[in-house]
Design a protein. Structure first.
Length: 79
């Protein structure tokens, strides 16, 4: 976790669609931070690409990230 790149400037997004896209990016960045070897991640993709349980678990991670973003945006009520 030595990478000092700042890619998450804010959780505030203009629309729910942008929020969902940010949630997907956050989930992907988390996986990259945990499994730092891109070749290993590439090899593992074939395992979960056809495993419905792993795909559902991935969707859950994105949903949790989206909840966080929605709360930060107060469910886009003020925009």
């Amino acid at each position: 976790m030595e990478n000092k790149e700042i890619w998450l400037e804010s959780l505030i997004t203009k629309t729910p669609q942008e929020g969902r896209e940010l949630a997907i990016k956050m989930a992907r960045k988390s996986i990259a931070a945990i499994q730092t070897d891109p070749e290993v991640r590439k090899k593992l993709r074939t395992n979960y690409a056809s495993d419905t349980a792993q795909l559902i678990a991935s969707a859950n991670v994105i949903a949790i990230e989206f909840q966080t973003i929605a709360q930060a945006n107060q469910y886009w009520k003020n925009h």
